[in-house]
Design a protein around this ligand. Structure first.
Ligand code: HEC
Ligand code: HEC
Length: 360
C-alpha cells in the first residue's frame, strides 16, 4: 500500500517541496535537521585541507550521504544501517569483536574505523585490502548476506520508493534517479568528511616552545611514550605518518592456530594468493584508537594493555610472522607510557550523531 501511494507523494514532493503529508517530514524540516555543512577546515596533524584534495567531497552529496549512512532501510529487513556496525561513538567502529548483521548473523571480522580515509592513506580498504575505493567499499556490505543482506537493486528500489529522498538526489545528481552507484557515491563522500586532527600530539608538533606562556600540551608520561613509540618499541616501523599507518599488510600472529598450524583467517592471502601474505592484515591508523576496543581484525585483544603485551613478546610465532615483529623490552611503566601516548592522539572534528529525522 505504501508503494502505490508513493507515486502520488513523489509528484507532490516535487511540485511543492514544502507540502506536508503523512509520508514523512517536509523538505524544509529535513533540510533543517540535516543542513549542508561546510567541509572541515585544515587541522593541525594534516598536511592538506579536505577541500584541496583532487576530488574533494561535495557538501550537498555529503548531506545526502549522511541520511543514507544512518538509514536502516538500505538493509533487507530495514533493521541495519552502516552505523549499526560503524558507530560514531566508537570512532566509527564497534565495541564487539565481530559484527552482527541482518537476522542476528555474525561475521568473522571486527568492524574497522574509516576515520581520515579521505587522505588516501588507505590505497585499498577492508582488513585484507580487497576494495579499491570507498565507493566500491560502500556497495559491499549492502549485498553481503550477513551484513545488510540486500541486493543492490533491492536497496536502490527501497530508497527510490521513499519520495522524500527525491529532492536530495536531484540536488546532487541533477535528476532524482536512485542507483546503487549514486548511493555509494554519497555515502563515500560522507565518510570522507569524518576526519580527526588537532590532537594534543599535533598541537605539540605545531607549538613554538619559545612563545611566552608556552604550556606543553603533552605530559611527561606521554613524552616518554612518544619516544618509545618512535624508538625502541618499534611501533613506528609500521604505524608511520600523519595517520599512523604504512598502509601495508603484516602478519602479527593474531588468529594463529598452533594445533593445525593455520591462520584462522588467511587475510591478505585471499587477495594476492602470495604465501608471504598469509594471515597478513592492514596496519590500522591509530587516531581515536582508545574508542575502538576490542582490537585487531578478529577483535581478539580486549584492551590496549593486551595489545602491548602482544608486541612485547614479539607477536605470536608462526611460519608467516612479519620479520619486523621482534620482542621489545619494555617495563610496566614504559608500557603505560606508550598507551598514554596513543590516547594523546585523540583529536576532534569527526564526531557526529544520526540525523533526527529521515526522508519519508
Ligand atoms: C553488519 C556490520 C556491518 C555493516 C552493516 C557495515 N559494515 Fe562496514 N565493515 C564491517 C566489517 C566487519 C568490516 C571489515 C570487513 C573486512 O575487512 O573484511 C567493514 C569494513 C568497512 C570499511 C573499510 C574500512 C577500512 O579501514 O578498510 C568501510 C569504509 C566500511 N566498512 C563502510 C561501510 C558502509 C558505508 C556501510 C553501509 C553501506 C557499512 N560499512 C556497513 C561491518 C559492517
Ligand atoms: C610489523 C608491523 C607493526 C608493528 C611493528 C606494530 N604494529 Fe600495531 N598493528 C599492525 C597491524 C598489521 C595491525 C593489525 C593486525 C591484525 O589485526 O591482525 C596492528 C594493530 C594495532 C592496534 C589495534 C588497532 C585496531 O584498530 O584494532 C594497535 C593499538 C597497535 N597496532 C599499536 C601498536 C603499537 C603501540 C606498536 C608498538 C609497540 C605497534 N602497534 C607495532 C602492524 C604493526
Amino acid at each position: 500500500m505504501f508503494r502505490s501511494l508513493s507515486i502520488a507523494v513523489f509528484a507532490s514532493t516535487f511540485a511543492l517541496s514544502s507540502c506536508s503529508d503523512s509520508a514523512g517530514p517536509t523538505y524544509e524540516e529535513l533540510v533543517a535537521a540535516n543542513p549542508i555543512r561546510p567541509l572541515p577546515a585544515m587541522m593541525p596533524g594534516h598536511s592538506t585541507a579536505l577541500a584541496d584534495l583532487p576530488d574533494p567531497p561535495d557538501p550537498a552529496k555529503v548531506r545526502l550521504g549522511r541520511f543514507l549512512f544512518y538509514d536502516t532501510r538500505l538493509s533487507a529487513d530495514a533493521t541495519i544501517s552502516c552505523a549499526t556496525c560503524h558507530r560514531p561513538e566508537n570512532g566509527f567502529s564497534e565495541p564487539t569483536p565481530v559484527s552482527t548483521g541482518v537476522a542476528g548473523q555474525t561475521g568473522s571480522r571486527k568492524s574497522p574505523s574509516f576515520l581520515n580515509a579521505a587522505f588516501a592513506f588507505y590505497p585499498e580498504t577492508f582488513w585484507d585490502g580487497r576494495a579499491a575505493s570507498l565507493e566500491d567499499q560502500a556497495k559491499g556490505p549492502i549485498e553481503n548476506p550477513i551484513e545488510m543482506g540486500s541486493t543492490h537493486d533491492a536497496s536502490a528500489t527501497a530508497i527510490a520508493d521513499i519520495p522524500g529522498y527525491a529532492p536530495f538526489f536531484e540536488e546532487v545528481f541533477g535528476d532524482p534517479v536512485v542507483t546503487i552507484d549514486r548511493i555509494a557515491d554519497a555515502i563515500a563522500d560522507y565518510e570522507r568528511t569524518r576526519i580527526s586532527g588537532n590532537s594534543r600530539y599535533d598541537q605539540w608538533i605545531e607549538a613554538d616552545e619559545d612563545e611566552p606562556g608556552y604550556v606543553d600540551p603533552l605530559t611527561e608520561q606521554e613524552h616518554l611514550g612518544r619516544e618509545l613509540f618512535f624508538g625502541k618499541a618499534l611501533c613506528a616501523t609500521c604505524h608511520v605518518g600523519q595517520h599512523f599507518t604504512d598502509s601495508r599488510f603484516h602478519n602479527l600472529g593474531i588468529g594463529y592456530d598452533a594445533e593445525t598450524n593455520e591462520m584462522v583467517d588467511v587475510g591478505r592471502f585471499a587477495v594476492t594468493a602470495a604465501e608471504v601474505d598469509t594471515g597478513a592484515f592492514k596496519t590500522p591508523g591509530l587516531r581515536e584508537v582508545q574508542l575502538r576496543a576490542p582490537y585487531m581484525h578478529d577483535g581478539s585483544l580486549a584492551t590496549l594493555r593486551d595489545v602491548m603485551d602482544h608486541y612485547v613478546k614479539g607477536g605470536t610465532a608462526n611460519p608467516w610472522l612479519s620479520p619486523k615483529m621482534q620482542p621489545v623490552d619494555l617495563s610496566d611503566e614504559e608500557i603505560d607510557a606508550v598507551i598514554a601516548f596513543m590516547e594523546a592522539l585523540a583529536g576532534e572534528g569527526w564526531r557526529d550523531t544520526p540525523p533526527e529525522i529521515f526522508p519519508g
